[in-house]
Design a protein around this ligand. Structure first.
Ligand code: ARG
Length: 578
């Protein structure tokens, strides 16, 4: 159990003994200032109001009841009835020693869940662009945290490989191959290929009608169309997978369950919705009207599940996917990492799936939306001439910029190549810049800020980690300089200790709310506390006695492990030096 959870539990027991109803919480939080101790509990105020007693007196009674011996060195009541708690140094030291001797920095959850996570999910018609970056890296960070806590995660890469656009792409490919071109060559630049197909579709009526016919043929399973489509899909998937590798994202080929997978189920879904009278015909289309999602004027929410030409839609596929994930995959929670602009769509899907009983009532359906990545002008991120920024180009630039940065620092490297550092710093910087922003907000993409060695950035954290490693390299040269039992003597050690012990609380919070910036902020605080410790508490100096040196080496070791683990959970790599 984490320190916070332990104290929280003791306070709850004490509050119950004081006759306070269980829904009133201790409201335990980290102390807002060092002089207030380590934790403060503000729950006595609300409880006193409810019980109509004096808050200070109630706080006194709670404290008298609370079994905090050995945990808290000093407790006091402040202001109107805040309980300030100063933890005992030897208690912290003991917990840290325990932590140091376990493999995991956070115990596994007692009740692991099966969690389906839908993320990345690019459209294969085009090359992956910056719009898919956020889903890919935020989703991957949350997935890693869930797995670290012991949950069973099933990744679902809901790639867009179906729909009318593919008729046009098949027609284009047909023309290229007919002219003797090899598929790999024709599709080397997917973005350009798409633009060409679109131009032909818009300007050439013959091409357009062939494209439309190909859509029908593809859906009917025509072998020629299917073969061309498969060629296209394979190459497009390979593009995405190259990006996943570059980005150090854990999505594998087996996680792809694209839209086409659900195609055979769509008719059945629509029939069920019709039988249940959830959808009805409206101007030839099949439409669900959802009064529960009515707008301000009282018009019901509208979802089309089959067009008048008989074609199914993105929404129909998502309903089939919801059913599949609940029934076949046995999900207890389904997490969607999709742009905030699809919030209404997701709301409609969840409402419809529940109404139609496609999912069990107990299944948790969660759309974790995110804002848009903006350019320096505050508008959605674009190239200089207004095109979409290809992800591959962006990542290449990040690594090139990081390489220049490393070269300018001219570090004396012993075991790491400059290329490795540039790759880890460049990719880490892009990912961290995104993950460290509150997911729901838009943010401005800024090379200078993300590659800075100061502030809440990947390079800063990676650098803090390399300091621990250089310290250990120096320690290795000193006989007997090995980590040992921890004791807390200085404030800088205390501060570090508390943050190290808070790590499990942070991970659980990320698993629950899917906000990775909470982990980023914590790691930043930890790196800053480590830097303070490093400056104020000598470790290897000759005047430090062997026991203190062992204790400080142990703190360094835990700090290093926590930083490396935290960054790894964000999908960011560390290195021994930079
Ligand atoms: N392919 C979609 C897009 O690029 C995202 C899919 C998200 N997942 C889902 N189940 N709808 O906008």
């Amino acid at each position: 159990m984490s320190v916070r959870a332990l104290i929280d539990q003791r306070l709850r027991t004490a509050m119950a003994a004081c006759g306070i109803p269980a829904h009133l919480e201790p409201q335990l939080a980290r102390a807002s200032r060092p002089e207030f101790g380590d934790f403060q509990a503000n729950g006595a105020l609300a409880a006193a109001k409810q019980l109509k007693t004096k808050p200070r007196e109630l706080a006194e009674r709670i404290l008298a009841q609370a079994e905090l011996d050995g945990i808290v060195a000093r407790a006091e009541i402040a202001g109107p009835g805040f309980i300030n708690l100063h933890l005992a140094d030897d208690f912290l030291a003991r917990l840290l020693d325990d932590l140091r001797h376990t493999q995991r920095l956070c115990p596994a959850v007692e009740e692991p869940q099966r969690v389906v996570v839908d993320y990345s999910s690019p459209n294969l018609a085009k090359e992956m662009h910056v719009g898919h970056l956020r889903s890919t890296i935020i989703g991957d960070a949350v997935v890693r945290v869930l797995e670290y806590l012991g949950h069973e995660v099933i990744r679902q890469n809901h790639m867009g490989d179906w729909g009318t656009q593919f008729g046009m792409l098949i027609a284009e490919l047909e023309d290229h191959l007919g002219a003797g071109e090899a598929p790999d060559m024709a599709l080397a630049d997917l973005e350009q290929f798409y633009q060409n197909a679109k131009a032909h579709f818009d300007l050439d009526a013959g091409f357009a009608s062939r494209a439309r016919h190909h859509v029908v043929q593809l859906q009917a399973g025509d072998p020629h169309c299917r073969a061309l489509w498969l060629r296209f899909i394979d190459i497009s998937i390979a593009h995405s997978e190259a990006i996943y590798r570059r980005l150090n994202v854990t999505l594998s080929h087996a996680d792809i369950r694209p839209e086409s997978f659900y195609n055979p189920q769509l008719e059945e879904i629509v029939t069920q919705l019709t039988d249940q009278e959830i959808v009805r015909e409206d101007q030839g289309a099949l439409v669900a009207f959802l009064p529960e999602l009515a707008d301000r004027q009282g018009n019901p929410g509208v979802v089309i599940v089959r067009k008048s030409d008989g074609g199914y839609l993105y929404a129909t596929t998502d309903l089939a996917a919801l059913r599949y994930r609940g029934r076949e995959l046995g999900a207890q929670r389904i997490l969607y990492f999709i742009d905030a602009r699809q919030a209404l769509h997701m709301k409609q899907m969840f409402a419809l799936a529940r109404k139609a009983g496609l999912v069990d009532p107990g299944l948790s359906l969660e759309h974790h939306a995110f804002g848009t990545m903006l350019g320096p002008d505050g508008k959605p991120f674009k190239t200089r001439n207004g095109g979409t920024v290809k992800l591959a180009d962006l990542l290449e630039e990040a690594v090139a910029r990081a390489a220049r940065l490393v070269a300018a620092k001219d570090p004396q490297l012993i075991e790491t190549s400059p290329e490795e550092i540039a790759r880890k710093v460049g990719i880490g910087a892009i990912k961290y810049a995104d993950l460290s922003k509150t997911r729901t907000h838009d943010y401005v993409f800024d090379w200078e800020a993300m590659l800075s060695f100061d502030g809440n950035t990947a390079p800063y954290l990676q650098y803090a980690y390399t300091r621990t490693q250089s310290l250990f390299r120096r320690a290795a040269a000193l006989p007997g300089a090995v980590p040992g039992a921890i004791r807390i003597t200085e404030n800088a050690e205390r501060r570090l200790a508390l943050l190290l012990l808070e790590f499990p609380d942070i991970l659980r919070q990320v698993a629950a709310d899917a906000y990775p910036h909470v982990l980023c902020n914590h790691l930043y605080e930890l790196a800053t506390a480590f830097t303070g410790f490093y400056q104020q508490c000598p470790v290897l100096k000759a005047e430090i006695d062997a026991e203190l040196r062992a204790s400080r080496l142990a703190l360094c070791d835990l700090a290093a492990r926590t930083l490396a683990t935290g960054l790894e959970l964000l999908g960011i790599e560390v290195m021994a030096e930079m």
